[in-house]
Design a protein around this ligand. Structure first.
Ligand code: ADP
Ligand code: NG1
Length: 458
């Protein structure tokens, strides 16, 4: 059943954080907030870089989130401020079109993605003035979806200030679409779990139609997040979109080889559906049709019968126009293999065999190897951290989120959590002064948290 984000009591928010935010808001804007909106980050347990290919993923919300205090104003402007001085104030007029500058992905553009999504959905010609103070505690550019939590929080609070109502599913779809204004062509996992998460359970997120199903994680193990402390800003680089484009081209090449209608197919999952094939069949098809050597533009254009202009316009994004070579075989192998691992992970959790923890750990390790070797979305520092996690007692460890830096997620038997954390601390964090300084917020146990909500003071 479609349900809306809950309206909860503000007393549920961490007391100290809430008081600080409330006081800072009053100091900044001269009056108390009207309400609060909150959206969590997430850790993806398995299913990396496959949401934008149409495949299911298996994340859970984390405790860290973006929390905003909000009030209406009569200034005809949207005023944005942040408790972190790194993020500067920004004001935009309600009577101007909201422009998102993709070449300059400042924090407030993510916020405005959420505002613009609601504005467009309801055809709102004149937004009411509002004042917002944002407070976030998700490590940014670390694969824990700080950007999406910000977009979701902004979408949710704009819905409320405009007295509109949308289900969690509709909000998740709207925010996934509107975050693409920033330029990254993400798949929707982050916004979906931010709205659809429920405390105590991970979720299998399926797309088209969007659906979230509970996944009970095995008792006897916990998930520990560790940040390698190398950041990767998706919107400020083209790594992410290059992978999206490679998957799109691989889709066209596989569809062409099987005589399918090319114009309709954009995602690797759609080829599987059209062919009514299994994921194993798709892995064999990739080996049969695509060669492991990188493809040049010329070769792709020749096979697909495209001019160079059509190729640039129809298959590339704005920030991938410079790319000359495309690794189609490796990327498609990762996607179909990872999609199968997600389904196996879910079925192990559902059936709960005695060796669940080992089986799930193996799947996580295979996922990391595939991300590292086939999808090439890891980096040496993150691989090193994953190795340390495995040597420190994790049964499985893998990069989580977009990669190229950021966090690893490790599955650790509950009785080994303390020795695991101590060993990782000693081997990875303490020997480096920068890492040692941020160790507390970089190495932590994470339990499945709840989804986005509005908070009101009684
Ligand atoms: P992630 O994997 O965390 O989503 P991105 O690089 O895509 O990483 O997004 C990070 C960006 O999100 C930051 O550069 C900043 O613009 C925005 N952001 C993250 N946290 C906050 C915050 N607390 N306040 C304002 N903006 C934030
Ligand atoms: P993060 O880790 O938030 O950068 C990105 C995409 C997801 C998904 C993962 C990789 C966005 C907003 N998020 O997540 O959709 O593709 O990478 O699995 O683009």
């Amino acid at each position: 059943m479609a349900s809306n984000p809950p309206i909860l009591k503000a007393s549920l928010i961490d007391r100290k954080r809430f008081q600080n935010l409330k006081n800072a808001f009053a100091l900044k804007y001269g009056a108390p907030p009207l309400f609060y909106a909150c959206a969590p980050g997430r850790v993806n347990l398995i299913g990396e870089h496959i949401d934008y290919c149409g495949y299911s993923v298996l994340p859970m919300a984390i405790e860290q989130n973006i929390l905003a205090a909000v009030s209406l104003n009569n200034s005809g402007t949207i005023q944005l401020a942040n408790t972190d001085t790194l993020y500067k104030d920004f004001t935009v007029s309600c009577s101007e079109d909201i422009i998102i500058d993709r070449d300059n992905p400042k924090w407030y553009y993510y916020f405005l993605c959420g505002v613009k999504g609601i504005q467009e959905k309801f055809g709102i010609t004149h937004l009411p003035g509002m004042s917002c103070l944002v407070d976030g505690n998700i490590p940014p550019s670390s694969g824990l979806s700080s950007s999406s939590a910000l977009v979701c929080c902004a979408g949710l609070l704009t819905m409320k200030t405009n007295q509109k109502s949308l289900s969690k599913v509709a909000l998740a779809e709207l925010c996934a679409k509107s975050e693409r204004y920033i330029g990254t062509e993400g798949g929707g996992m982050d916004q979906s779990i931010s709205f659809l998460a429920e405390k105590g359970t991970a979720k299998l997120i399926e797309f088209e139609p969007l659906r979230a199903t509970d996944v009970q994680l095995p008792k006897g193990a916990v998930f520990v997040i560790s940040n390698c402390c190398v950041g990767m800003n998706k919107a400020a680089s083209s790594h992410f979109n290059i992978r999206v484009v490679e998957c799109r081209i691989a889709t066209k090449m596989l569809a062409h080889a099987r005589g399918l209608n090319l114009s309709r197919l954009l995602k690797l999952a759609q080829v599987q559906t059209e062919l009514k094939a299994s994921l194993e069949d798709m892995l064999s098809l990739v080996d049969k049709v695509l060669h492991p050597e990188p493809y040049s533009r010329e070769e792709i254009c020749q096979v697909l019968g495209l001019t160079s202009e059509q190729f640039s316009k129809e298959l590339l994004s704005a920030n991938t126009q410079h790319v000359e070579n495309f690794k189609l075989h490796q990327r498609a192998k990762h996607v179909y293999g990872e999609a199968a691992r997600v389904l196996r992970f879910k079925s192990v959790c559902d059936s709960g065999p005695a060796e669940s923890i080992r089986l799930l750990g193996d799947l996580m390790n295979q996922s990391h190897a595939s991300c590292r070797d086939l999808y090439e979305c890891s980096c040496p520092v993150l691989d090193h951290l994953v190795d340390i996690c495995l040597k420190s007692g994790a049964v499985g460890s893998r990069l989580t989120g977009a990669g190229w830096g950021g966090c690893a997620v490790s599955m650790v038997p509950s009785d080994k959590v303390q020795s695991f954390q101590q060993a990782v601390r000693e081997a990875y964090y303490l020997p480096d002064s920068h890492r040692a300084a941020v160790e507390k917020q970089s190495l932590f146990v994470s339990k499945p948290g709840g989804g986005a909500a509005i908070y009101l003071e009684e």
